[in-house]
Write a protein that binds this ligand. Structure first.
Ligand SMILES: [Zn+2]
Length: 77
């Protein structure tokens, strides 16, 4: 049985199963349409993937734009 489509929103941060050649594996979703646009947060490279390919490549969501922001980690002491 196919899994239901996952919800994707602009601003979501995702981790891919395989890292980008630059070494980064964290991507920001920048466009939703016929294809999903995402930008490598390490090298700023942009790629556009069909939703089915996007869903296969994504390992997990780091943060969801549709949810309230998580409490920031303490950056300063
Ligand atoms: Zn990259």
């Amino acid at each position: 049985m196919p899994a239901p489509p996952i919800e994707i929103n602009i601003g979501d941060i995702v981790q891919t199963r395989k890292p980008h050649p630059c070494g980064g594996a964290i991507w920001a979703v920048v466009r939703i349409g016929a294809e999903i646009g995402m930008r490598c947060t390490t090298c700023d490279h942009k790629v556009f993937l069909p939703r089915s390919t996007f869903e296969r490549r994504v390992k997990k969501f780091i943060s969801r734009a549709s949810e309230p922001p998580q409490p920031p980690e303490p950056a300063e002491s």
